[in-house]
Design a protein. Structure first.
Length: 85
């Protein structure tokens, strides 16, 4: 499983999502993740919306294996449903 998290500095939900992804990665070598700080990468809200294919109001925006999952709560729910935590 490959997780991509689009977030920004100072966002507690972004921090939590990154912690969950790190925990998955540490538990199993098959789980990898990439954290993309939208400000450091120069990404705008419009760029995220183009990537996701719909309006974006919050971060983080998370993908699992190129499928958009949603935010931190949806990510945590998904990985618990998959019995990965």
């Amino acid at each position: 499983m490959y997780v991509v998290i689009f977030g920004k500095e100072g966002c507690p939900y972004c921090v939590r999502a990154k912690q969950l992804a790190e925990q998955l990665s540490n538990n199993d070598n098959q789980h990898k993740y990439r954290y993309v700080d939208i400000h450091q990468e120069g990404l705008s809200k419009a760029d995220l919306e183009k990537t996701i294919g719909r309006s974006v109001n919050t971060v983080p925006q998370i993908f699992i294996d190129e499928e958009h999952i949603g935010g931190c709560d949806e990510f945590e729910t998904k990985i618990r449903e998959m019995s990965l935590l």
